[in-house]
Design a protein around this ligand. Structure first.
Ligand SMILES: [Zn+2]
Length: 302
């Protein structure tokens, strides 16, 4: 776990405890119908339970949630007289029932970051140890990535230096981002289905850049790409997973380092913030190394 992750979790835990009293006051206003967070796990909903085996109070959701707060308060479990009623959902869920028709991803960090558990449609289960009582956001739908380079595993593993593909934590120098070392000219493809938000063609500095926003509000930023040939997508264009974006640039485009793709992500923004190095640390970039590793391991070995 990175220092940044620990800090983030600790801050949320403090806020959660402070808000608990306020949430209990409002809990009785829940409508008694098949609506999200009415304390009943209805068909079509994704439900988090305070206890194991779908026991205790429940928090039922109809949509993805990038954190478990609403209107400045923590979202709490509902269920009069049941264990956990009124307790904040964040970091207190032990089991789930996925009654949606889609796969659900429960994440350790807010903003769909860090380690996660995958819950298939229709499944009742206790959460895996990595997110058991350590849950901060969820995606309903396919959160998985297509690895953003058209390469085999061997082509990445054999680079020196190489992307920290086997690290369990964030491994960019200054903040949550991935530097994936690859040969100049390697095709960069979109890891998600989404819309191209920005494109800049540059022969120096950070090189050519593109951003793509997906339906979960995740804004993906690709940097150090080549200027000639330039990125092939246009602003406003819809891309699918695997749609070609551009190519990995030369060392000159990567600020003097060997050629690599820089990939970072934030949630809920339309433009990538202008920052570099340690100056980016306070902007809420999300650790997506676990999703990237899974995508990498889906590539052919050689
Ligand atoms: Zn980088």
């Amino acid at each position: 776990m990175s220092l940044a992750t620990r800090t983030r979790k600790a801050l949320y835990a403090g806020a959660t405890a402070a808000l608990l009293g306020a949430t209990l006051v409002g809990a009785s206003a829940a409508p008694a119908s098949a609506e999200p967070r009415d304390g009943t796990c209805n068909a079509g909903e994704f439900c988090l339970y305070y206890g194991e085996g779908q026991s205790g109070a429940v928090a039922d959701f109809a949509n993805s949630k990038r954190d478990y707060t609403e209107n400045g308060s923590c979202i709490s479990f509902r269920g009069a007289g049941k264990a956990g009623a009124g307790v904040c959902v964040q970091n207190h869920a032990k089991s789930v029932w996925n009654r949606t028709g889609a796969t659900a991803y429960e994440f350790y960090n807010s903003n769909f970051g860090g380690t996660h558990d995958v819950i298939p449609a229709g499944t009742q289960a206790n959460l895996n140890a990595n997110v058991y009582n350590d849950n901060a956001s969820h995606i309903l739908g396919d959160a998985s990535l297509r690895f953003p380079l058209n390469v085999t595993q061997a082509q990445i593993k054999n680079r020196s230096p190489h992307w920290c593909w086997d690290s369990k934590t964030n491994c960019h120098h200054d903040y949550n981002a991935a530097d994936i070392f690859a040969a100049t000219g390697t095709a960069v493809v979109s890891p998600v289905a989404g819309t191209v938000m920005t494109k800049n063609i540059r022969s120096s500095g950070v090189g050519s850049t593109v951003t793509v926003k997906d339906r979960f509000g995740r804004l993906w930023y690709f940097a150090h790409m080549h200027h000639s040939p330039a990125p092939v997508v246009s602003v406003g264009q819809h891309v699918e997973k695997g749609t070609r974006i551009g190519t990995v640039g030369t060392s000159a485009h990567a600020l003097g380092t060997p050629a690599h793709l820089h990939l970072d992500m934030r949630v809920g923004v339309d433009e990538r913030v202008g920052c570099s190095g340690s100056g980016c640390a306070s902007y809420g970039f999300v650790n997506n190394q676990p999703l990237l590793r899974t995508a990498f391991l889906a590539r052919p070995a050689s």
